[in-house]
Ligand binder design. Structure first.
Ligand code: AGP
Length: 372
């Protein structure tokens, strides 16, 4: 009913709008006044976490994209090798796991069969399993050694939005916590990022306030058949997520690429007026990556692409090459997906609406996939 949707036309719109609160709720009570993480709910003892020599993340769909981003954070802050794998592939390839492996299973519903089978397999090999889950008491957390709940609240729309942002928050918390417990040379940076997480909900809110031009742009592309997404570093999984949203909602051909792969193939797809969304990393920090992606934007534009550029506030280098510019607030490099994903959700939702599609219940899809 309209009341359930809180005045929005679709659950998806409501859930997109709830993201600042979902993010804040997922952080609540997990950071103490001194800027340390207090994840007592992760009932895996600190000495066991110190012994971990490999992290393996398993998930499907959007949760898998959260896992891809987690890898950048975990390896950077903990210096522990991290693999991310689609749960459906992991289970059947005889993966190498032992007591020193920490498996992280990410799932909104907690009922995804592929992810469940992967975690059962991991536990049989003696690995410890930590679930990141949004649904209290569901099967995946029940069968795991520990669980870090995301507090997105119920997600009704089939296309995941607020659950994804909170999965990212949980992944950052796990990465920072592991770093904190193990003590790395990044202790100061970890404390600074924990502080920055405190203002991230406000940053998501600011993105939501500036979405009208994105909706307008989406409506103008209603006749298109293909949209490409490019990103680099943590912007690469954001590109994959933007493409997945567009496939499932707008039924358009959409693909995400690592920008560095362009010249290894995908650049052949560029043709006149093809919309290409580019997620640009911050010019601060890893500025090499920023410069490389700016030249990618130039390259594709010279070949006719219509460039839709998602870039940090104050990043002026992209301005001459952006046919459309979407600004996101300044964040630490690794946290950028929390703000950069939001415009891509709005974009897909609006394109789906313009194409007359059923936004909350896309064809052929189920909210939770409980069969293999
Ligand atoms: C996301 O928009 C999808 N509907 C889908 O990819 C989903 O993320 C995937 O099926 C995993 O679900 P889960 O998080 O409940 O395990």
């Amino acid at each position: 009913s309209a009341a359930e949707k809180g005045g929005y036309d679709y659950f998806m719109l409501k859930e997109i709008a709830e993201q600042p609160k979902a993010v804040a709720d997922t952080l609540l009570g997990r950071i103490d006044g001194a800027g340390s993480l207090t994840l007592d709910e992760v009932r895996i003892p600190a000495n066991v976490l110190r012994e971990v020599d490999k992290v393996v993340i398993v998930a499907c769909g959007t949760a898998f994209h959260a896992g891809l981003i987690a890898k950048y954070a975990i390896e950077h802050w903990t210096r522990v090798p991290c693999e991310v794998e689609l749960a459906s592939e992991f289970r059947y390839r005889d993966p190498i796991l032992d007591q020193q492996t920490l498996v992280v299973a990410i799932s909104q519903s907690g009922e995804t069969m592929d992810t469940l089978m992967a975690l059962r397999h991991a536990r049989e090999q003696g690995a410890k399993v930590l679930a990141i889950c949004n649904t209290n008491g569901s099967t995946i957390p029940r069968e795991s050694d520990a669980v870090l709940y995301t507090h997105a609240g119920p997600e009704v729309a089939v296309a995941s939005t607020k659950a994804f942002l909170t999965q990212l928050v949980a992944c950052y918390l796990v990465a920072l916590y592991l770093g904190q417990v193990r003590g790395t040379k990044y202790a100061d940076e970890i404390r600074a990022v924990v502080r920055d997480l405190g203002s991230i909900s406000g940053a998501v809110e600011r993105v939501l306030e500036t979405m009208e031009p994105v909706r307008e742009l989406a409506r103008s592309l209603v006749e298109k058949n293909t949209v490409l997404f490019l990103g680099r570093h943590v912007g690469y999984p954001v590109a994959l997520e933007g493409a997945l949203k567009l496939k499932e909602l707008a039924y358009m051909h959409a693909e995400g690429f690592a920008a560095g792969e362009l010249k290894h193939g995908p650049i052949a797809l560029i043709e006149d007026d093809l919309p290409v969304v580019v997620v640009v990393p911050s010019p601060r920090g890893r500025s090499v990556l920023h410069d490389k992606i700016v030249s990618n934007i130039q390259e594709i534009r010279a070949r006719g692409a219509r460039t839709i550029v998602v870039a940090e506030e104050g990043d002026d280098a992209v301005v001459p090459y952006a046919d459309h510019l979407i600004r996101v607030p300044v964040t630490p490099t690794l946290l950028q997906p929390l703000v950069a994903t939001v415009p891509l959700q709005v974009f897909a939702c609006e394109l789906a609406t313009a194409r007359g599609n059923e936004v909350d219940q896309p064809r052929n899809l189920a909210k939770s996939v409980t069969v293999e």
